[in-house]
Design a protein around this ligand. Sequence first.
Ligand code: HEC
Ligand code: HEC
Length: 291
Amino acid sequence: MANENPWPNEGNTGHIWDEDIRELDYPPPLWWMLAFYAGFVMIVFYALYYPTIPTPTGNTKGLAGWTQMKEYHEDFETLNKWRAEKFAAQEQALTEKSVEEILADKNLVDYAVATSKALFGDYCAACHGAGGAGNVNYPILADDDWLWGGDVNTIYQSLVSGRVGNMPAYGAMLSSEQIGQVTDFVIAMSEGKADSEAFAAGREVYNSIGCAGCHMPDGSGMAALGAARLNDKVWRFSGERAEVMKTIAKGVNAIGEKETRHAVMPAFAERLGDKEVKRLSIYVHSLGGGK
Ligand code: HEC
Ligand code: HEC
């Protein structure tokens, strides 16, 4: 650093590095000072206008009465109002038309499907899985294997009043040998081997004890009773031998049988209202298996 300041009149601080790099001592420009003071004014304004200063019991509320949640709710209301106006015609049609009429109107079907997904997630997916893909012990809705029926009116009825299928428990009526035989016959039906002589004993039990009365002699099931189809590879519960034996021994919703399988589809007419039930019926019908 030089001892003497080679630039005495320039207003530098006298700090000089590397021969000629020096620190100047100028006041900041006027525009900068104005912005600086304006900043202070804004801080005071903000502190008064918005909730800002912590207090022992919370914080100051601000002159504007603004909160993030209030703004969120207002925006949400605006959005809902916009939606209600934009889709008033479709919503009206869902209210007034029957599910069959809705199904005949492709635009309306698209609309019902698009507006059902959140509803399905909230009310149905816990049991039936995301997109109706099914869960252990809850039927798949996204296929064309139905307990009660896949036409849109039957789906609608399933939602309106709920469904409870009943199958008696055979644990006390049949010996465990017979339960094993009829189980093997049921599994053979699902594999298309029902006619094989190897399963004659099981077929005999099936036809004599009453299984055929609900599931039909060929195992094609009976939708009016919600009696599952047995002659396909889709299992309502499970196709494992032990699980099929359990279904037969303990029944389904069998009265007085503590270990029976429970299979109750709740009614939704009151919980959701008719319009939402119709919307969901169209959605379920669209999942792939609707007839
Ligand atoms: C608490 C669990 C549960 C909830 C929630 C539930 N379901 Fe179900 N659902 C079932 C069960 C169990 C069955 C089978 C009833 C039976 O075995 O007969 C069923 C059956 C059905 C059927 C008839 C299927 C067929 O093969 O015929 C439809 C359609 C259906 N549910 C749609 C829905 C929709 C849509 C929702 C949402 C609004 C819903 N479910 C909510 C448990 C539930
Ligand atoms: C009163 C009518 C009725 C009779 C009788 C009956 N079932 Fe069922 N069965 C049902 C119903 C209803 C279901 C479906 C329950 C459900 O899904 O909620 C069912 C379900 C089943 C299932 C489960 C199918 C699957 O996909 O997981 C099997 C297996 C079965 N029955 C076998 C039999 C056999 C074997 C007999 C005779 C020993 C029999 N059932 C007698 C009504 C009956």
